[in-house]
Design a binder for this molecule. Structure first.
Ligand code: GLN
Ligand code: ZN
Length: 774
């Protein structure tokens, strides 16, 4: 229960919007995977989940948070939970309309008798949700035992009053996709709303006083008709039941939708003031405090790991307090759910003390929220110590020589226009490269990694434990690399790779060797389902201490007469898959990484590697949520790639790789990267994707993936020939390379050999055909 004190008039509340689900030690991952492997029972899984929920509630209660969320927990994904809640179960799962049990739930997420539902990124985070599928004549049905009510009751049973969190109806529909006949999922709103009305009524009956409805889509570009839907829906929902609605928006500013959001008859409205601080100025300058609702101020970064600048935040809060004429209409909150940050910094016992002193994970963010709330309600004197400590930590961060490297800054300042350009235009380079490489038409290659088999993973684990000597481990990697090179020669592949056996993760591998990066032991964040990632933390200026990949690449090249590709991860991808410092623009950090990669590229060239691939699979996902910010992002992202790639001579061939199939809207940026060869994922789109490359008359060379590496299925020669012929309808045969969709790391050895054998044969057949145009 909220204490009387905090319910009292005149005081600001605190909220968290959501807490990490996975557990301090990834307990949820272990439990769910054990259930999938049949090594624990359903009861054991549910018991473990209940334990975790209690732990999360207790942590928040003990921190003194007022609005403690429930139903923010999920065994897989909260969007899938919402689909289950309202009975949006696609037909192919053969649902009989009864209770949806765990196995049906997991089948939708992971596939079984029928393929899993699609998964896609949750806005611009690295969390992935299950995409709901809607048909035009959907019969929604509220679950007989709705999860938000169960979890609310469960918490109440532990004496903790919570605020159930439910994905709002409009965002839920906008995140789904229409199946069958084309129609707008939003047209289902009239059928869906009664489910929500029913749910709110039942929540109120169960004793809930508040419900948090998440509508992040309200902060994106919306049409006037859509805003009208918001007004109607929330008017209805407010009238449906005696429960207060806490409407949240996050990941972007409300901009043109601010007035609409303020006018909704909800009891509280959350704004993300970290991602979009400018919306506060707009709010204070042009709007009066909506007397009918509390404003929740997202001031603690829910997407990043840095300590809050408490004094600066307090100044902001005081401005709002002045404007609203008191605190009784305010809530202090993180910018979004804390789902996207790791659990607890205290678990990081090996982190450098200076770096650790700049960080705050989910648990630490709870104290920050409470400190800010206390300062607001009781005056800064009450938290003088916390504020003084914070001021000291921030001052150290600003001046720490571990963070600021004057050489890096000076070098970046010296970068000139010329550093962004290869010496000659593509046609000149292509001739120089061909003279050197003498590749056949339809040259074959792979994307880099070869199967990371059980024995490699075991040896790595043993090496890390100290059970295998470094010499023995390195020898094993050398043997693997040599075998991989031999295999590619036997298969008749034209451009070889070393196999990437020494790398676990394509970003971590570089982060571990660069200055300015820190690595945690338990800094896991959920990526999808039970899958977690542990992003490196870029805390300081990035610099390369010494060559990172040259030794492995040189070794691999020494084993063969054929051209070997040096393999690197690009600056945008390294940035995108890390926690990035917030004390300078992302762009600046990215340019620093680009310079480090540039040095590596030049060293690889020096070491005799004729081809260097700079992977940028995350380029597209860095696109800002608001369209108008795209141009700016793409300009610096492309710049960073070019800065990394342009240090080499004409005859050195630069490749890049991207593993997705959506290029239409960023085609000019892709062309501007000016890679000599780009490999992309295309097999599943049946080469349709090449339309974009055709339409824009893409000038350089392309390797459209000819088979899907996500499946163990071995493609036939005929299928791949067919795809290549399709590609020839859209592009000049002289532009085309032959390669799989992506790296082969997760595939088995046998299927890899079979698939690559067929791929090489497909290329040979293409070379024999005299006319490719049909
Ligand atoms: N070179 C990497 C590999 O082959 C590329 C991986 C990726 O694009 N995600 O594994
Ligand atoms: Zn890929």
């Amino acid at each position: 229960m909220w204490t009387n004190e905090r319910q009292a008039i005149g005081l600001a509340w605190s909220a968290t919007l959501g807490f990490p689900r996975i557990g301090a030690r990834r307990e949820l991952k272990r439990a769910v995977e054990a259930y999938w492997n049949h090594s624990i029972s359903r009861e054991q899984l549910l018991e473990e989940a209940a334990k975790l929920r209690l732990e999360r509630w207790t942590i928040q209660r003990d921190s003194g948070i007022d609005l403690i969320p429930s139903n923010d927990f999920s065994l897989y994904d909260h969007v899938l939970d919402t689909a289950v809640l309202v009975g949006a179960i696609p037909e192919q799962f053969g649902w009989d309309g009864g209770d949806i049990d765990l196995d049906l739930y997991f089948a939708m997420a992971r596939g079984g008798a029928v393929p899993a539902l699609e998964m896609t990124k949750w806005f611009d985070t690295n969390y992935h949700y299950i995409v709901p599928e809607f048909t035009a004549h959907m019969n929604f049905r509220l679950a007989s035992s709705p999860k938000p009510i169960d979890e609310f009751r469960e918490a109440l049973g532990h004496g903790i009053e919570t605020v159930p969190v439910v994905l709002g109806p409009i965002t839920f529909l906008l995140l789904g996709k229409a199946k069958g006949t084309k129609f707008d999922p939003l047209s289902l709103l009239p059928q869906l709303l009664p489910m929500y009305e029913d749910l709110l009524t039942k929540l109120a009956e169960a004793g809930a006083r508040w419900v948090q409805l998440d509508e992040p889509c309200l902060a994106l570009d919306r049409t006037e008709e859509e805003l009208e839907l918001y007004r109607n829906a929330y008017t209805r929902l407010t009238a449906a039941a005696p429960i207060s609605i806490f409407l949240t928006t996050y990941f972007a500013g409300l901009r043109d939708n601010l007035a609409t959001a303020l006018s909704l008859p909800v009891a509280a409205l959350h704004l993300d003031l970290v991602r979009a601080p400018e919306q506060l100025d707009e709010l204070l300058a042009n709007h009066a405090h909506p007397g009918d609702k509390r404003l929740s101020l997202g001031v603690v970064d829910g997407r990043n790991v840095w300590k809050n600048d408490l004094e600066q935040t307090l100044q902001l809060l005081e401005r709002v307090e002045l404007w609203s004429g008191g605190n009784e209409n305010l809530i202090v909150a993180p910018s979004c759910s804390l789902l996207h940050v790791p659990w607890d910094l205290d678990a990081e016992t090996d982190l450098d003390a200076d770096v650790k002193d700049t960080l705050a994970f989910a648990k630490q963010k709870l104290s920050e929220i409470r400190t800010l709330q206390t300062a607001l309600n009781e005056g800064t004197d009450q938290v003088a110590q916390a504020i003084a400590d914070n001021r000291r930590a921030l001052a150290r961060r600003r001046s720490s020589p571990r963070i600021h490297n004057p050489e890096v800054t000076a070098r970046l300042a010296r970068v000139g226009e010329g550093d962004y350009h290869r010496r000659s235009p593509f046609p000149v380079r292509k001739r120089a490269q061909q003279a050197r490489l003498k590749l056949p038409k339809f040259p074959t290659t792979t994307i880099g990694s070869f199967p990371q088999t059980e024995d490699i993973r075991k040896a790595r684990a043993a090496f890390r434990r100290g059970d295998l000597s470094e010499a023995a481990y390195t020898q094993m990697l050398k043997d693997k690399t040599a075998a991989c090179v031999r295999l590619q020669e036997q298969l008749g592949i034209d451009v070889l790779v070393h196999g990437e056996f020494e790398r676990t993760d394509m970003v971590e591998y570089f982060g571990e060797q660069l200055d300015g990066f820190a690595h945690t032991r338990n800094g896991w964040v959920q990526s999808y389902g039970s899958r977690c990632v542990k992003p490196p933390i870029i805390y300081g200026d990035v610099a390369r201490k010494r060559p990172m990949t040259v030794e492995w690449s040189r070794f691999a090249q020494s084993l063969t007469e054929r051209p070997m590709k040096g393999m690197l991860t690009g600056p945008v991808t390294i940035l995108q898959w890390s926690f990035v410092r917030d004390d300078q623009p992302r762009e600046t950090t990215c340019r620093q990484i680009a310079l480090a990669i540039r040095d590596e590229v030049v060293d690889l060239e020096e070491a005799g590697l004729p081809i260097i691939q700079i992977d940028e699979p995350a380029l597209r996902e860095g696109l800002p949520l608001h369209r108008e910010a795209w141009t700016d992002y793409l300009a610096w992202a492309v710049d960073c790639f070019r800065l990394a790639a342009s240090g080499v001579r004409d005859e050195t061939q630069i490749h890049t790789h991207m593993c997705y199939a959506q290029f239409n809207d960023i085609m000019s940026a892709i062309a501007a990267m000016d890679a000599d060869v780009i490999s992309i994922e295309t097999s599943r789109s049946d080469m349709e994707l090449l339309e974009a490359f055709q339409a824009s008359a893409y000038p350089n060379d392309i390797g459209p993936g000819v088979y899907d590496i996500h499946s163990p299925r071995v493609p036939t020669v005929a299928e791949m020939v067919n795809l290549l012929k399709r590609a020839c309808e859209r592009l000049a045969p002289e532009q085309l390379w032959v390669n799989p969709d992506c790296g082969l790391k997760t595939r088995g050895e046998k299927e890899t050999v079979e698939a690559l054998t067929a791929m090489v044969e497909a290329a040979r057949q293409m070379r024999k055909v005299s006319s490719y145009r049909t």
